[in-house]
Design a protein around this ligand. Structure first.
Ligand code: ADP
Length: 344
């Protein structure tokens, strides 16, 4: 599509298409839930949208320059086309707002936090929240008494530590570049790497950050072979592609390191959950990660672990820590928050 406005129009037209639509006319729609990427420190939960909320979303544009303006455009188009229908913003950062300052502050001069809001915000919050609630249901225990580690492994990937239903830490930071090795994002690197690339290749800071976002991760590690785990996994299993093997091993080690850190931070863990494209669909990656988790008493059930895209406990009855596969459902979570706000 040429722009977001055209895309929203087409989406609404598709929704009401006489042949393939889900509703007859737009008047059947009682509320609209919008996924908004960045809520900064303004929003710790889903919120009914009014003028003030839109201003706050605009203010967060400095933190998400590509996403927040597009999200606002979608909101304003829906307001225009569905006048009077409640619009709700569900923020990707909101679930992580329960982190305490020891988890969200960077060890840089404190004034950068106060003046510019430089801190860890975290992303994929809607997914982490949904998966943690499903985990409690699957375990048949109240979420309020569980220690969970959720690994959202997709093109973008993040891990979060959740204690008694609240996020206490997460691997993405000020931007989605921090933490795990991703499809094309580097995740954690020594900032000194940036200075060296800039110096050696004669690049400015924006170019270096672009390289870390678009040319790094498993794509970079595999020397340009692929950012797609289906290709990487096939090559890894064939055993004849050292570049793919290198990328997969590094990816898995990084996930294992975060699980280790969060198990310590939570002082124990009841379940490790896998979700998103890779987490839901890749028995190989799950198995390789679990090989690092012997110290948690994890005993993977290989037969159960063959599952793709279905909720399942993939550990043996004797396993001290559960490992769960839980397909994420951000749309459903957004709809749930929207309904709660509008009905409540
Ligand atoms: P995002 O929403 O961040 O774009 P997804 O959650 O859709 O990402 O995940 C995309 C990733 O999931 C890709 O690397 C893709 O190769 C991987 N993936 C999807 N299906 C499979 C599968 N069957 N086996 C292994 N990896 C898969």
């Amino acid at each position: 599509m040429a722009n977001h406005k055209d895309a929203v129009r087409l989406m609404l037209k598709t929704l009401t298409d006489p042949e393939t639509g889900a509703v007859k006319e737009l008047s059947e729609i009682g509320a609209v839930g919008h996924r908004v990427v960045h809520g900064g420190e303004h929003f710790s939960k889903a919120t009914l949208i009014d003028r003030k909320v839109k201003e706050a979303i605009m203010e967060c544009t400095v933190l998400a320059p590509l996403h927040n303006p597009a999200n606002l455009q979608g909101i304003e188009d829906c307001e225009l086309l569905m006048p009077g229908v409640p619009q709700v913003a569900v923020f990707d950062t909101a679930f992580h707002q329960t982190m305490e300052e020891d988890a969200y502050l960077y060890a840089v001069p404190y004034r950068y936090y106060k003046q510019y809001g430089i801190r860890r915000y975290g992303f994929h919050g809607t997914s982490h929240e949904y998966v943690s609630r499903r985990a409690a249901a699957l375990l048949g225990r109240p979420g309020g008494e569980l220690k969970l580690i959720v690994c959202h492994l997709g093109n973008g990937a993040s891990v979060s530590a959740i204690k008694n239903g609240k996020c206490v830490d997460t691997s993405m930071g000020l931007t989605p570049l921090e933490g795990l090795i991703m499809g094309t994002r580097s995740g954690d690197v020594d900032p000194g790497v940036m200075e060296m690339i800039a110096g050696k290749d004669g690049k400015n800071i924006h170019e270096v950050v672009r390289i870390l976002n678009k040319e790094s991760g498993v794509l970079g590690l595999s020397d340009g072979f692929s950012s797609d785990f289906r290709d990487l996994e096939d090559a890894y299993l064939a055993g004849d592609n050292p570049a793919a093997t290198r990328a997969i091993r590094a990816f898995v080690l990084r996930v294992a390191k975060y699980i280790g850190a969060y198990a310590a931070e939570l002082n124990g863990v009841d379940a490790v959950c896998f979700t998103a494209g890779i987490g839901e669909n890749s028995p190989v990656i799950r198995e390789l990660v679990c090989e690092y988790l012997g110290y948690l008493g994890v005993e993977l059930d290989r037969e159960q672990n063959r599952v793709r895209g279905k909720e399942r406990d993939v550990t043996t009855p004797a396993s001290k820590t559960r490992v769960l596969v839980i397909p994420t459902n951000e749309e459903l979570e957004i709809a749930r928050h929207t309904r709660e706000l509008v009905q409540g």
